[in-house]
Design a protein around this ligand. Structure first.
Ligand SMILES: [Cu+2]
Length: 135
């Protein structure tokens, strides 16, 4: 009888070990926020001339990558994107520097304009209607 109960405990132990090994690994903390990518071109933000709204949650860690979208254009067409009320600006976005990433925490709720500040870019008026909505 002792041998049987010993065998039972050994088998039970192996079963517990097998099950716990099969559990997927838990990662600590919430998953990182997905980065937001917005194409910037003479056609507008993501080819949207006029108002372009981007909504984020209050308190969210925001990462926006602005991507040069004028590669199909005959000339280099540099842009600089700013969110003036949040004191955020990219460097030059052009053929040589086709991506610019900004990171910030979405603080107070509200609507904050973002636009191209390179006034001589082709299609400039299509890049004046960005609105970051923090809700
Ligand atoms: Cu521009």
């Amino acid at each position: 009888m002792k041998k049987v109960s010993l065998l039972f405990f050994v088998l039970f132990g192996l079963l517990v070990a097998a099950v716990s090994c099969a559990q997927p690994q838990q990662t600590e903390g919430p998953p990182p926020e997905e980065g937001i990518r917005i194409e910037v071109s003479r056609r507008g933000f993501n080819s949207t001339a006029g108002e372009y709204r981007l909504e984020v949650e209050e308190g969210q860690q925001v990462e926006i990558t602005f991507v040069y979208g004028d590669k199909d254009f005959s000339q280099n067409n540099p842009h600089i994107i700013a969110i003036p009320d949040l004191g955020i600006t990219t460097g030059l976005i052009d053929q040589e520097n086709p991506e610019a990433t900004v990171r910030f925490t979405a603080g107070n709720t509200g609507e904050f304009a973002f636009e191209c500040t390179k006034v001589d870019c082709v299609g400039h008026t299509n890049l004046l209607g960005g609105i970051l909505v923090i809700e």
